[in-house]
Structure formats: C-alpha cells, structure tokens
Design a protein around this ligand. Structure first.
Ligand SMILES: Cc1ncc(COP(=O)(O)O)c(C=O)c1O
Length: 388
C-alpha cells in the first residue's frame, strides 16, 4: 500500500512506522563519524532491535551490542555477527549461551569476572574480556538514567581496581551519557582519563558506551571527531568503540494512532486514543517527556488547559495516569482521525507491553517510494502466549 507520510491518512489502526529514507540518513552520518574518527560504532539493541530491518544496517555497521542472552542471540543469529555484551549479572544458566554469541564480554564487577571468565573462554576461545568501570562523573541529570549516581550498581570505581588488571582483561567499558552532546563527551573524557589512563597501557580497547546523540540536528559532530582523534593520538594502541542506540533511529518515524472518542470532565477534554503511553510510549511517563504531536502545540504539561480545540491525549488502558497533555489543535478532533506522535522508534518497540491486552500497534517500514511494508501485526495469540 502507498501512503502519504505527511498525513498517514490511509491508516485506520495504530502503527509504528520506520521511514527508510530517514534511517539511511542516520546510518550514513554514523558511518561517516566512524570513518573520520577511526572508531567502531555499533548498535545498542536496548534502544532498537527490529531485526527485519537489520539488512539496512549491515551496509553501515559490522556489529551490535547486547545486554542479555536474547539480545546476544539476536545479534548472532539475525544480525549475523557476535555481539559486544554487557550485563550487570551473568548467571550459571545463561553464561554459556551468551559466551557463544559474543565477541566481547564485559563484566560489571571483579567477582563476576572471577566467577565466569574461564567458563566463558571454554565456551568461546575467541572472546575478548572487558571490565565496566565507573568514572564517577556523569552530566545526566535525570536520576534513573544516571549510571554514576552514588550507590550505583554499575561498574568498578578506580579506587577498587588493582594496579595490575587480571591477565585476560583487554578492555574497559564506560557508559555515562544519555542523549548527550559532544561537549559533554569531551568534558567526561577528561575525567575518564584522569581516573583511568594509568591502566590504558594494559588494554587493547575502550568502549565509551551509548548516549552519544550524534544524529540530533544540533549535535557538534566535528567536535566529537576531533575529540576522538586527539584521544587516539594520545593512546594509539587503543581501539575505540561507541555503542549508541537512540542515535541510530533518532527522528526516523512516528507512532500513528487514531482518536476513538472524546470525553470531558470539569471542562477538560480528553481525546481517547487506540494507543497507550504506558504500553507503547513508556519513556514519556518514565523519563518523563512530552512527545511532539504533529500539527498540534503543547500548551500545558499538567493537562489542565481548557480551550475549544485543546485536549489531553488519553490512552485506552485502565491506568488513571495514562494520559498526557494538553495539546492544542486547529480544529475539533474527530473520531477516526490520526494523532501522529513524532520520533517514536527508539526505546518503544523494545519496551512495549501487552498490559490490559490492548492491541499492540503494528510495525511497518516505509520504503523510499512511500510503499508501506507491514513488518509485524500482533494478534491475540501474542498476548496469550506470553503467559500460561
Ligand atoms: C551500557 C549501555 N550502552 C549503550 C546504551 C545506549 O544508549 P543510547 O540509546 O542512549 O545511545 C545504554 C543505554 O542505557 C547503555 O546502558
């Protein structure tokens, strides 16, 4: 089916639409940074894992990063390359499978390293081991996204690392950004070097994690490239890896939902949709942030605004708090019309759930000729089979 991506008026059911043209722009930019800065950039599955689209990625990147056995399998089996894997807690019942599907295995603690590195090597002798270290510096202000906040469960701080690293450790892994600019990376890097440079001669690689939002319009790419090249000059033996997730699919397509009803209480109108914030746009409530709605203006974040064409946007779940708003439109909303939530490809399809048994939006790929290919439609069986 051909669709008009300005309106998506051909749709009558909720759908995430990945727009191929926009994805390719991001992929090109990421490949450019990797080449110019002489680093490897890999995709973090935690942000995006629509495996039917992996062939598009393979032209630009060689590997992916996993946080679990299933992500590692997805990388190995569907992307076609072993993954760079980090988990804060490997277990007896999963470590062998993870080792088999990984090229790099990062341990969160020295105890996890001691417990599993020999077993992992027996499963896969090519594995390269790393340790996650905690730079104790992060500019991320939202606490649930700050991996360096006091009491963090992530990584080993410099004070706890032995002068001589365990024999089989090849790399350090550091993740402390979230939708960050290259200025943040530059500042963070000086803290990282101050704390950890004395161990660099013992390493072969360093992974600076995710959160580098290089595809955002105002991101200073040249500054990132410069910072990485200068780092490379100081430590030419270190291979540098970045593993962003969001950056790959930033602004690559919307979640299109439809108005099902309009209700009113105390003069506040709510447009009930066939989609849910808690089920289908969870970061809106978790982060929290208000999404951009096409052809509408956010007039009030706490949803108390009243006006002829002003509406809260409410979900079809039973959670009382499953609404956001208020947004102002240029007309009275009609049952059946589209509400288009922009930029809904990162941290959505990987996090959605089937709470209340609400129909999950389908997932589609919009090709460059505006042909819409449905990748996945969800059924009652998907809901039923998650449980027993
Ligand atoms: C260890 C690690 N790597 C990579 C990422 C991807 O980050 P982003 O999607 O913000 O680029 C995350 C996000 O939480 C992470 O925890």
């Amino acid at each position: 089916m051909k669709v008009n991506p300005l309106t998506y008026s051909e749709l009558s059911r909720p759908m995430y639409v990945l727009e191929e043209a926009r994805l390719k722009e991001n992929l090109k930019l990421i490949a450019y940074v990797a080449k110019e800065a002489d680093v490897e950039i890999i995709l973090a599955f935690k942000a995006y894992a629509l495996w039917r689209t992996f062939p598009l990625f393979r032209d630009y990147i060689k590997a992916t990063t996993a946080s679990s056995l299933y992500e590692a399998r997805l990388g190995f089996e569907e992307f076609g390359a072993p993954t760079h894997t980090f988990s804060p807690g490997y277990t007896d019942y999963e470590i062998d499978g993870i080792a088999r599907c990984s090229s790099h295995l990062v341990f969160n603690s020295l105890t996890q390293y001691e417990r599993y590195h020999i077993r992992a090597k027996m499963e896969n002798e090519k594995l390269s081991f790393g340790l996650r270290v905690n730079p104790e510096y992060s500019e991320v202000e939202t606490l649930i996204y700050n991996p360096c906040a006091p009491g963090t469960r992530f990584g080993i701080s410099a004070g706890k690392l032995p002068e001589k690293l365990p024999e089989h450790v090849d790399g350090f892994h550091i993740h402390c950004h979230c939708e960050s600019g290259s200025d943040v990376f530059e500042r963070t890097l000086s803290h990282i070097e101050e704390k950890f440079a004395k161990w660099f001669p013992q390493l072969k690689w360093i992974n600076f994690g995710g959160g580098h939002l290089m595809t955002r319009k105002d991101y200073d790419i040249q500054r990132l490239i410069r910072t990485l090249l200068e780092f490379h000059k100081r430590y030419p033996w270190l291979k540098v890896i970045l593993e962003p997730g969001s950056a790959f699919v930033w602004q690559t397509g919307p979640l299109v939902a439809q108005v099902v009803d309009v209700v009113e209480d105390h003069g506040i109108k709510t447009a009930i949709l066939n989609a849910s914030f808690t089920c289908h746009m969870p970061d809106c409530l978790e982060m929290p942030y208000h999404p951009t709605v096409r052809n509408a203006r956010l007039v009030d974040e706490d949803g108390s605004a009243k006006g002829e064409y002003t509406y809260r946007l409410g979900a079809n779940s039973c959670l009382s708090g499953d609404w956001m708003g208020s947004w102002s439109f240029d007309h009275a909303l009609q049952v059946g019309e589209n509400i288009i939530f922009e930029d809904m490809l990162h941290y959505t399809t990987v996090k959605t759930n089937m709470f209340n048994g609400i129909t999950h939006p389908s997932i589609a790929l919009l090709h460059t000729d505006n042909e819409l290919e449905i990748l996945r439609e969800y059924t009652y069986e998907d809901y039923r089979d998650r449980m027993d």
